[in-house]
Ligand binder design. Structure first.
Ligand SMILES: Cc1ncc(COP(=O)(O)O)c(C=O)c1O
Length: 342
């Protein structure tokens, strides 16, 4: 990227709360929205036609809460149940319940949920285990939020353009700019889009314009690279090569250790690259198969490996989640330490 991604923001710019008062999402920077549409059109991972509303958020974490607010009836006698199939992303229960809202509350594993009214969170590819997922519940009064943070070509095959009611994306996982704190939702229904916008107005009176303009520039640079014929500096191909190399090293280390196992994934045709590809999740979902070890997180901590226990994801402590996205030095150290375990 070099200097191509630099931007200069004069001190007198981006002072107003407003970005575009003619847009339902009045704090959405038009240039950011333009690059988001360009990005989905290039990758083909989500429908982003003119009828779809783009809502920008301070990370998809804010949009997830905006969606819960938008989908929960304001006058219901009981809070709406929020569910997700195990193993689920560990922030879903904590973010849902930390304010003890009267509108919604965490109700656990979607696969065992009994009831008619709910909000189901569908994360695909799934954090923590990398599986491709669909909603497990279906009911007239049920709603779904699709968290597609990892539906990008460096992690998985793009098998088609997702077309769900609410789809969440984030630059944290698409380009890796987690520090920009920027995500976006693609929303079908106008009322839902309006209520999500209202939540963000009440919560933070909009979303940093500086961040939107910075990310718009970064996305523009990434996308322009695809318009230069024969250009080798293409983000998603680079990302996929890195992920494939790391997963090869990890699988070899796990095999050599003989005491762990990893999920297996089927390869699929990626419509973005036109090639058959495997899945290379952003996290390794490692199971400890060693006799007598019930708590894999503690076992690994004793060997100077920091992981997150399966307990946070609604399953047994034999599982841990490990990031595959750390810097090269850290990743190589992780593999070395794993190789020393028997
Ligand atoms: C599935 C999933 N959704 C959302 C997020 C958070 O995204 P953001 O940084 O945009 O808040 C993460 C971060 O790890 C994630 O794994």
């Amino acid at each position: 990227m070099g200097e191509r991604g630099d931007i200069v923001l004069p001190g007198w710019q981006t002072m107003s709360y407003f970005s575009d008062v003619s847009n339902l999402c009045w704090f959405l920077e038009p240039e950011f929205a333009h690059q988001v549409r360009r990005l989905h059109s290039l990758v083909g991972n989500a429908v982003v036609d003119d009828g779809r509303f783009i809502i920008v958020g301070t990370g998809s974490t804010q949009l997830f809460q905006a969606a819960l607010y938008a989908l929960s009836p304001p006058d219901a006698a009981e809070p709406m149940s929020v569910v997700s199939a195990i193993p689920y992303y560990s922030s879903y229960p904590t973010v849902t319940d930390y304010l003890r809202s009267g509108l919604y509350r965490w109700a656990g594993d979607a696969s065992t949920f009994e009831g008619d009214a709910y909000i189901e969170l569908v994360c695909s590819p799934n954090n923590p285990d990398g599986s491709t997922r669909e909603a497990v519940l279906s009911s007239k009064n049920g709603k779904t939020i699709h968290d597609l943070a990892y539906y990008w070509p460096q992690y998985t095959a793009i098998t088609g353009a997702a077309d769900h009611d609410i789809m969440l994306f984030t630059v944290s996982k698409s380009t890796g700019h987690a520090g920009a704190r920027l995500g976006w939702a693609l929303v079908k229904d106008k009322d839902v889009a309006q209520r999500m916008t209202k939540f963000i107005e009440l919560n933070t009176i909009g979303v940093s314009k500086d961040s939107q303009l910075r990310v718009a520039k970064i996305l523009k640079v990434v996308l322009d690279m695809y318009e230069l014929p024969g250009n080798k500096h293409r983000l998603f191909e680079y990302g996929r090569r890195q992920m494939s190399m790391r997963w090869r090293k990890l699988r070899a280390a796990v095999k050599a250790s003989g005491i762990f196992s990893l999920p297996e994934f089927q390869s699929s045709l990626c419509r973005f690259t036109g090639e058959e590809t495997e899945t290379y999740p952003a996290f390794a979902w490692l199971k400890c198969e060693k006799e007598g070890v019930e708590d894999c997180e503690s076992f690994l901590r004793n060997h100077k490996l920091l992981t997150r226990s399966g307990r946070h994801f609604g399953v047994e402590a034999k599982y841990v989640r490990i990031s595959m996205l750390d810097r090269d030095e850290t990743f190589d150290l992780f593999i070395q330490r794993l190789l020393s375990l028997r």
